[in-house]
Design a protein around this ligand. Structure first.
Ligand SMILES: [Zn+2]
Ligand SMILES: [Zn+2]
Length: 427
């Protein structure tokens, strides 16, 4: 892939992207978005040694090696002399009065450590839907060597690339993966297999696919078109190349402390500072009794209270718990409309876990661990000490409760207070 034509095409496209990026950044505010950690050492007099995030490449006393590159503006980007450039924006900033920080990322999908799907270089595979969501997790996870480091796909987030509804550049393109299938008499061999379970029932994908109807907080429309085809083979490019634009708290994702604490945001406690050892290891999947999480008073508010937490009898020593609730029964993550009546933690439920258990990873089956009525207080309780990691929007359907090994890997987004995350369970 190094012909002159490609070089030229890329140069043009990247120039366009860079120009767009610059325009967007300028449009918001002079001061914000401020990248994480710019204030931490030199400029911020209130920064202390306690507030310097540790960035690691090796975790769990030399057992886990992170072999993904961290996304940062200076990393190389295909055919760009200036590198990736700004890839994060802060449309909602606590400095501008928002209750939490909420970033949006814009990334060419082939940036940094990434994976290619067959549709990258074969347009008939692209049309038939052979996207990254169809890749075999068993192949990506080298189970023959399961005692060694373990890698679910890095950048690729179970992205199901759905038909892209609108296109500013061309009526026909960008066309979504799979949208031609069935209308043109395609070969049955060209029907991609989409699986939730891999390796003969040993690996469960507990990540929701990203598609335009994936729900996101405060929206009735879902995430909308999050992929655009910046280079299309139908327009003469030698390969297909997508750009992803996504609010980082969309679908199955993880929160960093900077999401709800602005001083942590400024000090750099971003996604890249999360402990991979906490995100990977033995985990308990529990069913929260559906009849117990109702307390009087709050209409429409099924909650995870201290009383409910106590009733679960989670043993000491358990460090990772995934809570399956009524949210799963109601299939809330399959509905594009954000539903505020979801089950989440009340402050006292969160506090009870902090005080009485060893849990460091809390997983939940809707977009927020915190009940809508206690949105900030519950997040504050969990994230205050920066020891607990919150994974939200998990897909826990059709899996027996019990003990598994969980593997959750966020993107190494330098400066982001949230990230899409790929999580799997292994029996
Ligand atoms: Zn979140
Ligand atoms: Zn959250």
């Amino acid at each position: 892939m190094n012909s002159q034509k490609i070089l030229l095409t890329y140069t043009v496209i990247l120039s366009v992207l860079t120009a767009t990026a610059t325009a967007t950044a300028t449009a918001t505010s002079d001061a914000y978005p401020s990248p994480y950690a710019t204030d931490a050492t030199a400029c911020n007099p209130s920064a202390t040694d306690d507030l310097v995030p540790v960035r690691r490449e090796v975790y769990d006393v030399g057992r886990i090696f992170d072999i993904s590159h961290r996304y940062n503006p200076n990393m190389p980007s295909w055919e760009s002399e200036d590198g990736l450039g700004q890839f994060l924006w802060l449309p909602k900033s606590m400095k501008n009065g928002s209750l939490a920080n909420n970033s949006e990322m814009k990334l060419p999908t082939h940036t940094g450590t990434h994976v290619d799907a067959p549709g990258h270089v074969y347009d008939h595979y692209f049309d038939a839907g052979f996207d990254v969501d169809t890749l075999d997790l068993e192949v990506l996870n080298v189970l023959k060597f399961k005692h060694m480091g373990f890698r679910p796909g890095h950048l690729l987030l179970a992205i199901a690339i759905f038909p892209l509804a609108t296109s500013s550049s061309d009526v026909a393109y960008p066309s979504g993966y799979g949208d031609d299938f069935g209308t043109c008499g395609k070969d049955v061999d060209l029907v991609p297999l989409r699986r939730e379970v891999y390796d003969n029932g040993r690996i469960f994908d507990i990540t929701h696919k990203l598609n335009p109807e994936t729900p996101v907080g405060d929206s009735n429309e879902g995430i909308g078109q999050f992929l655009s085809l910046s280079l299309s083979m139908k327009n003469g490019s030698l390969y297909n190349f997508s750009l992803m634009t996504l609010l980082v708290h969309s679908g199955t994702h993880v929160d960093a402390p900077g999401h709800v604490f602005d001083h942590y945001f400024d000090a750099g406690f971003d996604i890249d500072s999360l402990d991979l050892e906490v995100l990977n290891g033995p985990a308990l999947l529990v069913d929260v009794p559906r009849d117990k999480n109702i307390t009087g008073g709050c209409i429409n508010s099924l909650i995870l209270s201290a009383e409910v937490m106590k009733s679960l009898n989670i043993p000491k020593g358990v460090r990772r718990v995934l809570f399956r609730t009524l949210n799963t029964d109601r299939r809330l993550m399959w509905k594009k409309e954000f539903d505020t009546s979801y089950v989440g933690f009340m402050k006292d439920g969160a506090q009870w876990l902090v005080d009485n258990t060893d849990i460091k990873l809390v997983g939940i089956d809707y977009l927020s661990v915190a009940a809508f009525d206690d949105l900030l207080p519950s997040h504050h309780v969990f994230l205050k000490d920066r020891e607990i990691i919150l994974v939200e929007g998990l897909k826990l359907d059709d899996i027996y409760s019990g003990i598994y090994t969980v593997h959750c890997l966020p993107l190494r987004l330098l400066g982001a207070e949230g990230s899409p995350i790929r999580c799997i369970l292994i029996k």
